[in-house]
Design a protein around this ligand. Sequence first.
Ligand code: FES
Length: 87
Amino acid sequence: MSAAGPPLVKLTIDGTLVEVPAGTSVFDAARTVGIEIPTLCHAQHQTPVGVCRVCTVEVAGARVLAASCIRHARNIAHRRAGQARGN
Ligand code: FES
């Protein structure tokens, strides 16, 4: 019998590689490496609702900012909103 958990996803947040179980929010993934994303409507141990947009992040290839508290981490790069873009 295998005790394997959910598959892992690798993402980059502000240039830091993060590896978390699938289904983890970008917000929680950032916290695992000490990156704090501000929130307003999201509190620990409560179901996130994603309405205030304070926690928005840039997602590589996405057209609009994403609420990190409700966006599941995927194998892509994320950057906190308001961070300077590097070219
Ligand atoms: S903290 Fe309000 S949308 Fe994420």
